[in-house]
Design a binder for this molecule. Structure first.
Ligand SMILES: Cc1cc2nc3c(=O)[nH]c(=O)nc-3n(C[C@H](O)[C@H](O)[C@H](O)COP(=O)(O)OP(=O)(O)OC[C@H]3O[C@@H](n4cnc5c(N)ncnc54)[C@H](O)[C@@H]3O)c2cc1C
Length: 396
């Protein structure tokens, strides 16, 4: 991969830089209007940016001190918006994409259920067709941002007589629809900002809000999860976001804690791992820009990125000695840079254990890597070909 980036006088860089100079502190609406929010998307949403322009844009965002809208509205744009581009109707795109790109609409993903998130295809929420509507009943859990989302993508079973992967359909649901109840869950970080339980009681969704055809749900969901896993393959403390091993090293140097040989050794190893993740993320970006769909390599990347994030936030806390055993936001100095929600090591540390569970546990990712990348025999699932209503999951 060629990492020589466009020079300071490259016309693409000059154009992008002059936009940021003309729009200091550009708003999400201005960025969306200009096509800089999802630049690799085609017009009118993006600017069909080539790989180099994408990288230049990222650099110029940083230079202008503006947080990329994706850091604020990743689910809506990266996972759900991307699906609407491919699977949505023109009407859905026209209505739903602009507010998502302007970051006025937040989205959530309603997949996991209390009966188990790993066997996602075994979900029990049903959607039965009644005229121009589907009527949905069931319960979802661990749904990130459901308490602040205006919309969600919902996976439900439309055909219980088909094998479990084939009877699923995806919908765009307005979270204010009667029958939707959202309850935030407080996690061990003490915040209730991450995930929720969502109860669906006779919720009516118009047919016009179905994504793709009936039975396309599994394919669409898999694409969204793979896109999400790719986006998490980065060297930050939490799912690729937040401070990195580089910032950890800088903090350890600034505080003198790097003088401890044990800390120095661990920090060096983590720095190397972070660089490897940075290169992997560049490869994913290149795939994305070149129109290659997200594949199982996202599972591989996330399998490395999540434990890496846990290890760097753990070392940041341990470097404090006994003081690191308590909640204390003053862990290590961080540069004045936008790290989103994870802008301090302490919060990252308390949240990090969830990183190896969400969007596929380590075991599920290992299954994906062994089956889909290494070509090893598939895990035995006696229910896989049975009509869902004859499976053990349906009976439980
Ligand atoms: C921070 C966070 C954010 C999340 N956000 C969302 C969201 O926005 N939307 C959403 O729908 N869900 C979300 N989830 C839920 C997440 O997808 C599930 O927690 C995850 O898929 C695991 O499901 P589970 O918790 O039901 O565990 P289970 O599926 O019950 O698994 C329990 C244990 O068994 C292991 N296991 C299960 N099956 C196998 C197998 N076949 N082989 C080997 N081991 C296995 C698992 O690895 C795990 O250790 C989020 C979770 C977290 C932690």
């Amino acid at each position: 991969m060629d990492f020589t980036l466009p020079a300071e006088d490259d016309p693409r860089r000059i154009e992008i830089r002059s936009f940021f100079e003309d729009h200091p502190g550009a708003s999400y609406a201005q960025l969306a209007e200009r096509g800089y929010t999802a630049p690799n998307w085609p017009a009118p949403w993006g600017i069909s940016a080539d790989p180099e322009t994408m990288i230049v844009l990222e650099q110029e965002y940083a230079r202008a001190g503006i947080a990329h809208p994706m850091t604020f509205n990743l689910i809506a744009i990266n996972q759900c918006g991307q699906s609407l581009l491919k699977w949505g109707t023109d009407d859905q795109r026209k209505e739903l994409l602009p507010p998502a790109l302007r970051c006025e609409a937040r989205w959530c993903m309603l997949f996991s259920e209390p009966s188990g998130g790993s066997d996602l295809a075994g979900l029990r929420t049903t959607a039965r067709r009644e005229g121009d509507e589907y009527v949905v009943n069931g319960q979802k859990i661990w749904n990130s941002s459901a308490n602040i989302a205006s919309h969600g993508v919902l996976l439900a079973r439309t055909d219980s007589t088909a094998p479990k992967h084939k009877g699923l359909t995806q919908f765009v649901i307005d979270m204010k629809t009667p029958g939707v109840t959202v309850r935030p869950i407080v996690d061990m970080s003490g915040e209730e900002s991450e995930y929720c339980e969502v109860f669906l009681d006779e919720v009516r969704i118009p047919v016009s809000r179905r994504l793709g055809e009936e039975g396309d749900g599994w394919r669409i969901t898999l694409e969204q999860l793979q896109t999400e896993r790719q986006s998490m393959t980065k060297p930050g403390a939490i799912w690729g976001g937040g401070p990195t091993a580089r910032e950890l090293l800088d903090g350890l140097i600034a505080t003198g804690r790097i003088k401890d040989p044990v800390i120095r050794g661990e920090a060096g190893r983590l720095y190397v791992e972070g660089e490897m993740l940075r290169l992997m993320s560049a490869r994913h970006l290149s795939n994305k820009i070149n129109g290659r769909p997200a594949g199982p390599e996202g599972s591989f990347g996330k399998m490395i990125a999540s434990p890496h994030g846990q290890a760097i936030s753990d070392l940041a806390k341990r470097s404090q000695g006994p003081a690191g055993m308590i909640r204390n936001p003053d862990v290590l100095p961080l540069p004045d840079k936008h790290f989103g929600r994870f802008s301090n090591w302490d919060y990252a540390y308390w949240f990090a254990p969830a990183g190896t569970l969400g969007v596929g546990t380590q075991e599920i990712l290992k299954n994906a890597v062994s089956e889909r990348i290494l070509g090893l025999p598939r895990e035995d699932d006696p229910d896989i070909k049975l009509p869902f209503d004859r499976t053990r999951r349906a009976a439980a």
